[in-house]
Design a binder for this molecule. Structure first.
Ligand code: HEC
Length: 169
């Protein structure tokens, strides 16, 4: 990718190219997958519901993961960003933007629009750069990657001896 292009130009080009090429190639998501992994693993606590491999089952600390398999998700970059930012009101999927439902940035709704049972759940919150990195991580290393391997596991924990990896091939 040419690095000398002015940001505005490369943004325009990446918008033109967006339907054809994955985000990592167009530069549409400035996120850093390695940072995104840390957000997934620790800051965002996604592991507690989706598992380390995001397959909704291969968790180590979890007895009963409740999140679905993200390796198989059909969501694109914009939808991933939205669901992580805003959560899914009425389900356990929490929102991660601290201003969500204070203004109407999420689905045009504010907290007062929900009854008690349907209120969105607040998760760990983090900023825009971390959100972009998290989405970049999911797109680069999780979605469409098939069954998680021992190598994926060692890489995820930055530790080949991680206990969670011992029963994987
Ligand atoms: C408290 C448990 C919980 C936590 C924590 C959690 N999720 Fe979820 N997540 C869920 C559940 C449950 C759903 C399914 C919601 C539904 O029924 O639509 C979901 C759905 C999703 C979806 C939509 C998948 C699809 O194909 O529709 C994405 C993407 C997602 N979660 C990513 C994340 C990320 C990234 C994090 C960490 C920042 C995270 N989740 C944290 C429980 C959780």
């Amino acid at each position: 990718m040419p690095m000398t292009r002015a940001p505005a130009v490369s943004l325009a080009l990446s918008l033109l190219a967006a339907p054809m090429a994955p985000a990592q190639e167009t530069g549409a998501a400035p996120g850093d997958p390695e940072r995104g992994k840390i957000v997934y693993r620790t800051l965002g606590n996604c592991v507690s519901c989706h598992g380390w491999a995001a397959d909704g089952k291969a968790g180590v600390d979890l007895r009963a993961p409740t999140g679905p398999d993200l390796r198989e998700t059909a969501l694109d970059e914009a939808s991933l960003t939205e669901v992580i930012r805003c959560g899914r009101p009425g389900t356990a999927m929490p929102y991660h933007d601290r201003a969500a439902y204070r203004d109407d940035r999420c689905y045009g709704l504010v907290m007062a629009d929900f009854d008690d049972a349907g209120k969105p759940v607040r998760g760990k919150t983090f900023g825009e750069a971390d959100l972009a990195s998290l989405v970049a991580y999911l797109q680069a290393r999780v979605i469409g990657q098939g069954k998680p391997t021992r190598e994926d596991c060692a890489e995820f924990f930055d530790n080949p001896a991680a206990k969670a990896c011992s029963n994987l091939k």
